[in-house]
Design a protein around this ligand. Sequence first.
Ligand code: ADP
Ligand code: MG
Length: 148
Amino acid sequence: MNIETSNEEETKALASEILNSIKKSSDHATTIFLNGDLGAGKTTFAKGLAGALGVTEEITSPTFVIQKIYKLKADAPFKKLIHMDCYRLKTKEELFVLDIEEVLNNPDNLVLIEWPDKVREILAKPSEEIDFTFIDENTRKIAYAEKN
Ligand code: ADP
Ligand code: MG
């Protein structure tokens, strides 16, 4: 599926739509890989997804902390949203410091990973993978596999 969004709000709305189409895994975390250059819209997408899950805290980019964890409300389909940005990781092993295995093994977690290529070797196949491309100031191409 290839979609062009013409502003931030459309990218956030698409996040909500994609969230609804993803099947929750029962034996490990549900993961979404977000690919694309700086400014392509990955974090904007994460904000839309967090909003759709009822997160009211402000979502800021986890670039400097690598990982941010949001506890979700009781009626959400997951217990925690984990937003990761691997851009600054120097080695994939650094992820183990963050207890990545525990995070990925828990079916109650929804894990968003920006820059997954930095650590792909230690990750299983994602539940969904999305490619973001900058077209012009307000246009982004967003490509993903349709789940239903
Ligand atoms: P990334 O996480 O991929 O580096 P961000 O989501 O942090 O990217 O930044 C995307 C920037 O582009 C934001 O400043 C956002 O307002 C802007 N933008 C403009 N048009 C769009 C669009 N259609 N979708 C998403 N972001 C957009
Ligand atoms: Mg980002």
